[in-house]
Design a protein around this ligand. Structure first.
Ligand code: TXA
Ligand code: MG
Length: 328
């Protein structure tokens, strides 16, 4: 648990331009004072993240929306009412005061009111907005425990508030409200259907014809080992074909008696439980001594969309499938 004194100390570090990692319900965030450009630069440096990537501003409550966003549409108030505090980030037109460092030079800003008590207490004690990407090194898996953060960032972070393991386990849903039709930029625990229902509106296509979250274009959330997604019925053959390579399998099925896998990790049956454990499991498999991670392909159903999205990014592309131009 985190004491009031620790929260106060963390708020003081933020006021002085330092970096505080903190628990949210999704993943751990690496926080910096959103109004302090020097602090934000320090945060980018700690992550090793390119400075043109926009970062989410975390605020204590819905009333802070107007401070950071301009021309807030009715849809934003509806979604805030329904899903905040919680694992939803809204992309809105930026207010003039928002630093280019936060928006990545775009005219929009991502805002979120997290629900985790540690995040809430920190935001209230600090009193301002906290710019916070996931507290991992650029391109790596998001941390879901304080220990993960320490391993990722070490001394680069001034304080880690340890509110225990994250409940959601994958990053927030991001919805873009800056166009006529809202669109999901990153799927998460809050589904596209829930958002469409709350708005009584159809959502636009996010993957096609609309600029996507910059971070979502490249491989992201990746473990260190190569990861392959394999149809459940093919896993056995896939492992046999790689005899001599120590392979770790992540599957919802129990280990077949004659499996040649070095390590067989049984994953939870239900999507919320699967998501909660996903990153910590991949981190563990990464250091298991195996040379390859095989993840069982998951059903193409809405409740698995966010997890399939993360696994898709973590997966190592097949060299054969790579576009010809990429090889030059
Ligand atoms: O659950 C979460 O959202 C976590 C916790 C810490 O709140 N944060 C998180 O931040 O995942 P980060 O920086 O790792 O991912 C945020 C994503 C990035 O891909 C970034 O490009 C996108 O949000 N983003 C931020 N502001 C944006 C904007 N104005 N327009 C489009 N995308 C934006
Ligand atoms: Mg991230």
């Amino acid at each position: 648990m985190v004491s009031d004194q620790e929260i106060e100390k963390a708020a003081e570090i933020l006021r002085k331009g330092g970096l505080v990692a903190f628990t949210t319900e999704t993943v751990y965030g690496l926080g910096a004072d959103a109004s302090n450009p020097a602090a934000i630069r320090k945060m980018f440096a700690a992550k090793g993240r390119p400075a043109d990537h926009p970062v989410i501003v975390h605020v204590a409550g819905t009333s802070d929306l107007k401070h950071w966003a301009a021309d807030v549409p009715r849809a934003a108030w509806l979604l805030a009412e329904k899903f905040w505090p919680g694992p939803l980030t809204m992309v809105l037109k930026r207010a003039a005061r928002v630093s280019d460092l936060i928006t990545g030079g775009q005219d929009t800003v991502g805002l979120r009111v997290p629900s985790h008590p540690v995040a809430q207490q920190l935001l209230k004690a600090f009193g301002g907005g906290i710019a916070a990407p996931s507290a991992n090194r650029f391109g790596r898996l998001s941390p879901t425990t304080a220990q993960d953060v320490r391993e990722e960032l070490g001394d680069a972070v001034d304080l880690v508030l340890d509110g225990g393991p994250c409940d959601v386990g994958i990053e927030s849903t991001i919805v873009d409200l800056t166009h006529e039709t809202p669109a999901i930029l990153r799927p998460g625990r809050i589904s596209a259907q829930q958002i469409a229902d709350a708005l009584l509106a159809q959502l636009g296509e996010s993957a096609v014809g609309r600029p996507r979250v910059s971070g979502s274009l490249e491989s992201h959330y990746a473990p260190g080992l190569p990861l392959k997604i394999v149809h459940p019925d093919e896993i056995d053959n896939y492992v046999r074909a790689r005899a001599g390579t120590p392979v770790a399998v992540l599957s919802r099925r129990s280990r077949p008696r004659d499996s040649k896998a070095t390590l067989w990790q049984v994953a939870p049956e239900l999507p919320d439980d699967y998501a909660r454990l996903l990153y910590s499991t991949l981190r563990r498999l990464d250091v298991s001594g195996c040379r390859l991670i095989i993840v069982e392909a998951l059903p193409a159903l809405p409740e698995w969309t966010a997890i399939r999205d993360r696994l898709g990014r973590a997966a190592t592309p097949d060299p054969v499938a790579a576009p010809v131009t990429a090889r030059r």
